[in-house]
Design a protein around this ligand. Structure first.
Ligand code: DX5
Ligand code: ZN
Length: 218
């Protein structure tokens, strides 16, 4: 079952409530929320306050992508605000096992993300603890970047690792996903697809969701 996770980053921030309603009615599965700190990534977005304000307006699964240093400091605030899943970057977590345990103890799903240049070795030891792995297909920090095709091989290798260990872990891919590459991403083994500009930057948001889901499920 393929899940589509539109990224709020590309939405019109003056009409967030309305745009979220459109993607939900169109059949999106997750709402991908990109949190950036200006340290780990060269951009700033929003904190748990926005998640809290959006929560009563949507039944979507809130998938919070923490592109921040020291995510342990903020995990609880995002859970209290209404996150359903917290995804931390392996590159920011020297004690990744502890961070993942903390997230799970807070009662939500736990995921780890890897930048394009980071090796799968960084998550190999912790794989059985995870609900999802996010492989970045752009360098994190900005929406609207070009998809890095070498991630497809990495998705295949991760898919194989998960299968060999008989684990039940989602593979999410994030960055530059559009109609022309979504099929390749799914074929490689991903089942959760993030799309920012391809959804909220499209002239017809509803149609973009429907078309991407259709192309992904082909
Ligand atoms: C990038 C973010 C992505 C981004 C995706 O740092 O993590 O979620 O918003 O946007 P597109 O789909 O436009 O690449
Ligand atoms: Zn993201």
């Amino acid at each position: 079952m393929i899940k589509l996770a539109p990224s709020l980053l590309a939405a019109d921030f003056s009409r967030l409530g309305e745009e979220i309603k459109i993607i939900e009615e169109a059949g999106a599965d997750y709402l991908h929320l990109d949190v950036m700190d200006g340290h780990f990534v060269p951009n700033l977005t929003f904190g748990s306050g926005l998640v809290k304000d959006l929560r009563p307006h949507s039944n979507l699964f809130f998938d919070v992508h923490l592109m921040i240093e020291n995510p342990d400091q903020f995990a609880e605030a995002f859970v209290v605000a209404g996150a359903d899943l917290l995804c931390v970057h392996q590159e920011t977590c020297p004690h990744l096992h502890r961070t993942i345990q903390n997230i799970k103890e807070l009662g939500v799903k736990a995921a780890v993300s890897l930048n394009p240049a980071s090796s799968l070795c960084g998550i190999e030891e912790i794989l059985p603890e995870l609900d999802m792995v996010l492989l970045m297909s752009v360098n994190p920090g900005f929406g609207g970047q070009k998809f890095i095709p070498s991630v497809l091989k990495k998705v295949q290798r991760l898919h194989k690792m998960i299968r060999e260990q008989e684990l039940d872990i989602d593979i999410q891919v994030d960055g530059g996903i559009c109609l022309s590459n979504v099929g390749d991403v799914v074929t490689a083994g991903a089942n959760v697809l993030v799309a920012g500009s391809a959804v909220f930057g499209a002239p017809d948001i509803k149609k973009a969701v429907t078309d991407l889901k259709e192309a992904a499920e082909k």
